[in-house]
Design a binder for this molecule. Structure first.
Ligand code: ADP
Ligand code: ADP
Ligand code: MG
Length: 498
């Protein structure tokens, strides 16, 4: 067993900080890498050492394997944590790190490679009888043949890039007439985004819920799951709100899906942290989608309901330790909800709204955790993912976690750019979300930007009456009450900006 004394984090933003915090608690020295755009970033300030690895574009910095490995060797680090995104699911990187005599904090290069291909992953999972969405088992390029298969499966169908990720290279086809055009688009999108044009066909599940399982394996053949996360609130096939546990899983279904998730991991001889994604249809049939071979953005909801620090677990597993628990030792405590705070404009199709955090105040109090990488006055660089923060609220029940999330959103103060906070509040207040009866179509079905504006108009009336009262109170003395009213009005301004 090799103890890690110094860790290089090959990432930026909130996840780099989150990893370094756990390392520091374990007495491990930390090394940051950064691009020229991130010179003053918080992860650079937090680390014990920091090394500049190039210009802002990630293709010239955070994605350049040899620069990162050289930085690790130069700093005398003994391990690299890739975080999520960037090089985290690149099997060549995992292999090169190992070749350089360093520990890669994650699964083996072989597991990453196998699961990096959605088709190969489905083939491996099928050997363990894990249910799959009906579709083709091979990449398909012959249009007449593909059309024939599509009509056998039945429209709507989904054309997907085998090498896909981040919602790219996916096309829904509703009718045969659109097939050829969509197939060409999916292929060229896959080619330009992943350098691999292989696409396949899946039945398009029309009312799916996205439910994924956190799994953990050690290098001694043990694998467990740490329950599920419900990630059905998505825009552009990408998650914005996640929660654990899911409100629709019974203990029986949880055990069944948990076992399938562990089997998927076993089919890849998997160790370290991973996520097995499923879609669940309206009759609660579940199908394996893909496996993400890394720490997930939404891992904190799992940490809140299990009490474990997943990064510390990852580090210990990478050092060669055995899992410190077995499946039957694990249980769920309360309910956790994560909202992703993106610099995006929900009024404008959730397009990035990059700018400077003119004011930035985090919510506080019982059960609230904010993982972010910014401070007031900082600019959100346009080179990278526009996520500002993740806010996670934990309480005894789902209802209380929802109420806490609403309170915390109201307390979160961000001005200078548009964010997804107001949208997340809309979701928390929506009957479909509250009752648990929703699917990945939530945004299309229920959300209209007017709802945010309507809200502002409503607030405007409230504020008008508050200001009127304030004027009356000021003329009547009572300074304490005036103070109170001033606070209310500044909260209102913030809400309108959200
Ligand atoms: P999660 O389920 O953790 O949200 P995502 O698929 O959204 O996973 O990916 C997390 C991060 O990784 C995002 O920043 C996303 O842009 C990035 N990412 C995911 N897949 C790829 C890929 N194949 N190539 C480049 N970046 C990716
Ligand atoms: P990515 O690598 O981009 O994360 P996934 O295969 O995980 O790709 O799919 C992303 C999202 O697209 C899922 O969370 C789900 O909302 C939707 N999706 C994927 N496959 C299907 C399907 N067969 N039917 C309906 N929705 C799907
Ligand atoms: Mg996915």
């Amino acid at each position: 067993m090799k103890r890690i004394k110094k860790l290089l984090v090959a990432n930026r933003g909130e996840i780099a900080l989150r990893i370094m915090r756990s390392a520091r608690e374990m007495g491990i020295q930390t090394v940051a890498v950064f691009s020229q755009a991130d010179r003053n970033a918080l992860h650079v300030r937090f680390a014990d050492e920091a090394i500049c690895i190039g210009p802002p574009a990630s293709s010239q910095s955070y994605l350049v394997m040899n620069k990162i490995i050289e930085a690790a060797l130069e700093a005398n680090a003994d391990a690299i944590h890739p975080g999520y995104g960037f090089l985290s699911e690149n099997e060549n990187f995992a292999a090169e790190v190992k070749k350089a005599g360093l520990i890669f904090i994650g699964p083996s290069a072989e597991s990453i490679e196998l699961m990096g291909s959605k088709l190969a992953a489905k083939t491996a999972a099928a050997k363990f009888n894990v249910p799959l969405v009906p579709g083709t088992a091979e990449p398909i390029s012959d249009i007449p043949q593909a059309k024939k298969i599509a009509s056998e499966i039945g429209y709507p169908i989904l054309i997907k890039a085998s090498a896909g990720g981040g919602g790219k290279g996916m096309r829904v086809v509703n009718h045969e007439a659109e097939f050829e055009e969509q197939m060409e688009r999916a292929t060229s999108e896959a080619m330009s985004a992943f350098g691999d044009g292989a696409v396949f066909i899946e039945k398009y599940v029309t009312q799916p819920r996205h439910i994924e399982f956190q799994i953990f394996g050690d290098q001694h053949g043990n694998v467990v799951h740490l329950f599920e996360r419900e990630c059905s609130i998505q825009r552009r096939h990408q998650k914005v709100i996640e929660e654990a546990p899911s409100s629709i899983l019974t203990p029986e279904l949880r055990a069944k899906m948990g076992k399938a998730a562990v089997d998927v991991a076993k089919s890849a001889n998997y160790y370290n942290a991973g996520t097995v994604e499923f879609i669940v249809d309206e009759n609660k049939n579940f199908y394996f989608l893909e496996m993400n071979t890394r720490l997930q953005v939404e891992h904190p909801v799992t940490e809140q309901i299990t009490g474990f620090d997943l990064v510390k677990l990852q580090i210990k597993i990478a050092e060669g330790e055995k899992l410190p628990f077995q499946q039957e030792d694990l249980s769920i405590h309360g309910h956790a909800i994560e909202v992703r705070v993106y610099a995006e404009d929900p009024n404008n199709n959730f397009l990035p709204d990059i700018g400077t955090l003119k004011t930035y105040r985090r919510p506080q109090g019982h059960g609230i955790r904010v993982d972010d990488g910014f401070e007031q006055g900082m600019a959100i660089p346009f080179y990278y993912d526009p996520m500002i923060a993740k806010m996670i609220c934990h309480d005894e029940t789902r209802e209380r976690a929802i109420e806490k999330t609403i309170r915390a959103i109201d307390e979160y103060e961000i001005t200078g750019l548009e964010t997804t906070l107001g949208f997340c509040k809309f979701v928390m207040k929506h009957e479909a979300f509250r009752s648990g009866d929703f699917d990945t179509k939530f945004v299309e079905k229920y959300f209209k930007p007017e709802f945010l504006e309507e809200k502002s108009v409503e607030d405007e009336e409230i504020i008008a009456s508050i200001l009127a009262t304030q004027v009356v109170n000021e003329s009547k003395t009572a300074p304490l009450k005036t103070q109170h009213n001033i606070t209310t009005s500044s909260n209102w301004k913030k809400n309108r900006n959200n």
